[in-house]
Design a protein around this ligand. Structure first.
Ligand code: XMP
Length: 327
């Protein structure tokens, strides 16, 4: 028997729409064959991998698919809404949206250690997912957005950082239609499936989300400052044509305050730190040499529009010695 986890040598690299269409057609047939009239459950994060799996499954089996989107409260601005906007029409009641913000933030309250934060987020995610899936009946299959690098680098960054993952002790048969694809191929397929560019070309986003960018113990107000400053940064990068060009960019809000002046009064507030890096494999990274005028504009907006922020700092550290994230 062929090794189920080795990409077939005959498989052509998917580089254009025509090859993507062909892949989609083959996968739809294979999925129908594997699933028959069974029911599939998928954890839909809104990342490109799980979104492509959802779109493929919708095409193949329609309402035999149920998706659960867990909002852990650590999503970027507008991200959960985007998942709903893209998939609600086709999935209707089969898209289950769980706002678990309070559960996650209550569990994380006062926790400073980065790996403990990751562990709590990973474990709580499984718990919420299990609780919701237990309410459903007749599910025989579990969809997963595994891609080929996840198999090749089982000791890679995702595996290293993401404590937990999905439950392993369930009786579902796995459905992994993109497991032999590299990231660039997943994007080509996503585009061919008609997913919006904002989803298809999304920059990498860690599983624990903004939680690792709200350095130290997470508080709701500081988390909101991370979310709002990140939204401004993304908007300005997009306007400046940097969105598809810079590999990863985001803001971090550390747990310290410094003195500043707002409206003529002393303001003791947090700084927002901008990180913008380029890399091919995330193992090493260089800093984007960002245009000074753009930095000025972003600083002006963040300090005036985001409550609690009175300074903006630019991180000029490559990896190594810095990691890409702050935790
Ligand atoms: P670092 O900070 O280790 O990040 O230089 C390298 C890449 O991995 C992402 N990253 C994560 N991804 N779960 C993930 O799925 C995590 O816990 C996690 N931590 C970091 C990071 O965003 C960067 O792209």
């Amino acid at each position: 028997m062929a090794d189920n986890n080795v990409r077939p040598e005959t498989m052509e690299r998917i580089t254009n729409q025509e090859l993507a269409d062909q892949f989609i057609e083959e996968q739809v047939a294979e999925l129908r064959n594997q699933i028959g009239d069974g029911k599939v459950l998928l954890a839909l994060s809104g990342g490109v991998d799980s979104s492509v799996v959802a779109a493929l499954l919708i095409k193949a089996i329609g309402k035999q698919l149920t998706c659960i989107h867990v909002n852990h409260g650590l999503m970027r601005k507008g991200e959960s809404q985007q998942v709903i906007d893209v998939f609600k029409k086709e999935l209707d009641d089969n898209l289950i949206y769980i706002d678990a913000t309070d559960r996650f933030l209550d569990k994380l309250a006062g926790v400073e250690d980065p790996e403990t934060k990751r562990k709590i987020i990973g474990e709580e995610f499984i718990r919420v997912f299990e609780e919701e899936s237990n309410k459903l009946t007749g599910i025989g299959f579990l969809g997963q957005g595994t891609i080929y690098p996840d198999i090749l680098e089982s000791d890679g960054i995702k595996a290293h950082h993401n404590v937990g993952g999905l439950p392993e002790d369930v009786d579902f048969e796995l459905v992994e239609p993109v497991k032999f694809l590299f990231k660039d191929e997943v994007r080509v397929v996503g585009k061919a499936l008609g997913l919006p560019d904002a989803m298809v070309y999304r920059q990498p986003f860690p599983g624990p989300g903004l939680g690792v960018r709200c350095v130290g113990a997470i508080t709701r107000d500081r988390l909101e400052a991370v979310r709002e400053s990140d939204a401004i940064l993304r908007e300005e990068f997009e306007k400046a044509g940097l969105a598809g060009k810079v590999w990863q960019y985001f803001t971090v809000v550390p747990d310290f305050k410094s003195t500043g002046i707002k409206d003529g009064k002393r303001a003791f507030e947090w700084p927002a730190i901008i990180r913008a890096v380029n890399t091919t494999d995330a193992m090493e990274a260089t800093v984007e040499h960002i245009d000074w005028a753009l930095l000025d504009k972003i600083t002006e907006r963040i300090t005036h529009e985001v409550p609690g922020i009175n300074r903006v700092l630019y991180d000029v550290t490559p990896k190594p010695t810095g990691t890409i994230e702050f935790e």
